[in-house]
Design a protein around this ligand. Sequence first.
Ligand code: C2E
Ligand code: MG
Ligand code: MG
Length: 394
Amino acid sequence: MSFTVEEIHNALKNHEFQAFYQPQYDAVTSRIKSAEALVRWVKADGTVISPFFFVPLAEESDLITEIDWYMLEQVCRMLQKQKGTKNPVSVNFSRLHISEENFTERLSAVADSHSLPHSLIEVEITESAMVGEGDKILQWIASIRNAGFSVAIDDFGSGLSSLQFVKDVPADVLKIDKSLLSRNCEDEKERIVLESIFNFAHRLHMTTIAEGVETKEQLAFLRTCGCEKIQGYIFARPMPEDDYLALCRLHETSEEPMDILQLQSPTSAVNLLMSVIFRRYPLVIFSNLTRNTFYMMAYQNFTSTGCPSAGMFDELIVHGTSSMHPDDKDSFARTFDRNNLIKAYKSGKQEISLVTRQLGDDGIYRRVETTDYFVKSSSSEDILVITLCDNLPE
Ligand code: C2E
Ligand code: MG
Ligand code: MG
C-alpha cells in the first residue's frame, strides 16, 4: 500500500485522520491510568490504514507536523468529554517539532482553548529523534515541562542512544520498546538488561511504561522489575474514541478493585478452608468475566498439558475445549463461552454445571464436572466466577 503526499494532504483536509486510543494500565492493579493517541487513516468506506503506511512519507514532507497538531486537537476534544478525568493522554510528536518556533506556546494555547490542565497532555518523542540534536533537545524538553506538560521518551531501547545520553534528558516517562521483550522473558541476559534499565529509570525518577506487552510471562516479569504501567495487546489494542470513553467509564464506576492476582494471601482461617476445598476440588479457578481475566488458584489434575496459571478467560476456555472428548467439545465451548456466561448471570442464574469427558496424560478420558458459581464483586460491578472442577467416579 503506498500513497502520495497529495493524498495524505487531502485526507487531513477531509478529516479522515482519527485518533485511536490505547489504554495504559497500572501494572499492579490492572486499572487504566492513561492512554496513548495513535493516528489512524479511516477512509470513507471504513478501511482503517495503519500509520506504518503513511507516517514515514508524511515525515519526509513536513505534513507530519500538521497531523500531530490535528491529533492534539482531537485528543483535547476527547479529554473535554471526560469531565474531571485524571487520566492523561500522550500524543506522538515527530522530531520535526524540535525546530518548530513557539512549540510550547502553541501546545499551551491548544490545551487552554479547551480549558484542560496541562498535566493531562504528555508529549511523546522517540528516542531516535533525540540523537544528534545536542543541547537543543534538552532545552526543548525543559520548556515543555516548565509549561506543565509531561514528556515521554518513546521506543527506548530500539535505537542507538546510550544510557549516558538519556540520563541527561529531563523526561518524566521512559517507554521501554517492545523489541527488548521476548515472548516469555526467560533469557537470563535479557532479564539482566531489562532489570538494569528499570533500575536506571527509577533512580532517575522516571516513570516506566512497557510497550507491546502481549503475554502473561512478560507481565509477570515486568511486575517484578517494578514497571509502573503496561501498554499492550494483553490488556487492550488501540481503539476508537467512543470505545475508549466507554472503557474509562466502566473503570471509573467501579471502586479500585482488588487485583485477582493479589487475592492469593487470604488470612489463615480462610487459608485452611481453601486447603479443604482444594482437597475436594483439584481444579479451582477465579475469573473476572467483565475483564476477561482468570487466575488458577489450584491445579492438580490428570492432565498436565501446560495450562497457563493466569491470563485471558477466553483463552482458558479454548484451552479447556482442546482437551475434551470430540463429542463434548461443542457443549463445553458453548456453555463456558464468556458472553453466554454473562447472559446467564444477567438472566438470574447462580451457577452453571456441565459434565464432560476430558483426556488425561495416560490417554484415557475421565468424567469431569465443571461448575461455575457466579459471585458479585463487593467493590465493583464486575461479574466474577469461581469454577470448581470435580473428577467423577467412573
Ligand atoms: P509508537 O508510538 O511506538 O506506538 C506504539 C505502537 O505499538 C502502535 O502501533 C501500537 O499499536 C503498537 N502496539 C501496542 N501494543 C502492542 C502489542 O502488544 N504488540 C504489538 N505487536 N504492537 C503493539 P501503531 O499504532 O501502528 O503506530 C506505529 C507508530 O506510528 C507509532 O509507534 C508512532 O511512532 C507512529 N505514530 C502513530 N501515531 C502517530 C502520530 O499521531 N504522530 C506521529 N508523529 N507518529 C505517530
Ligand atoms: Mg508512541
Ligand atoms: Mg513506542
